[in-house]
Ligand binder design. Structure first.
Ligand SMILES: [Zn+2]
Length: 198
């Protein structure tokens, strides 16, 4: 879809905090997004005045507050707490450690559940992709997956495991993955795109 970004600005609202406002040519009305790090973005179609945006946000302040609480709780449930800091060596070590503790057993379980066979799991520090699968059915996962919510870690694992059946991104691959993830492939991919790998 063609999405033209027009302008962004920030605004500080009592009781809500800082919000980022983004104008999109294709937006319909106004939409509030509470991100995983509890930052808040409002998107709207062009031509909506600042005071209208402020009024809209105030009207939804209790919803925003609840959404922020949910995000904070979700972060606590993650294998590793979320961090917004630039990646430093200590952070990478922490993520690798968490990955080594969590992923081998998790990959084994997911593979078992869907009757998929892989050879070796390797954990790397790739910052360009979450995972990969070789023709020898070796699975590589980036330790940065540990920053994802659990359901998306499973989704990344499942994606790579499906490559043990189809070594491409063809129709059959997507059909298999989509079926295995309860027909939520599109949704999960959309969610995944909201996370940066680095
Ligand atoms: Zn793939």
């Amino acid at each position: 879809m063609f999405r033209l970004k027009r302008k962004n600005y920030k605004m500080d609202i009592d009781g809500v905090g800082e919000i980022t406002v983004k104008e999109f040519a294709t937006s319909k009305g106004m939409r509030i997004i509470v991100h995983r790090d509890t930052s808040v973005t409002v998107t709207h179609r062009p031509g909506i005045a600042k005071n209208k945006v402020e009024c809209f946000v105030r009207q939804h302040s209790s919803w925003i507050e609840n959404a922020k609480k949910r995000c904070a709780r979700r972060a606590e449930n993650s294998p590793v707490p979320q961090s917004n800091h630039a990646v430093d060596p200590e952070e990478v070590a922490r993520l690798r450690n968490a990955a080594k503790n969590y992923l081998p057993e998790r990959v084994r379980l997911v593979a078992e559940r869907f009757g998929l066979k892989y050879n070796v799991l390797k954990i790397n520090r790739a910052r360009t992709r979450w995972g990969s699968c070789t023709s020898r059915k070796n699975i590589n996962l980036s330790c940065f997956v540990m920053r994802l919510p659990l359901h998306l870690i499973d989704f990344v694992i499942l994606h790579e495991l499906c490559h043990t059946v189809h070594m491409n991104h063809g129709t059959q691959f997507h059909a298999l993955l989509n079926r295995f993830c309860g027909f939520r492939e599109k949704d999960y991919n959309r969610q995944l795109r909201t996370f940066r790998i680095n």
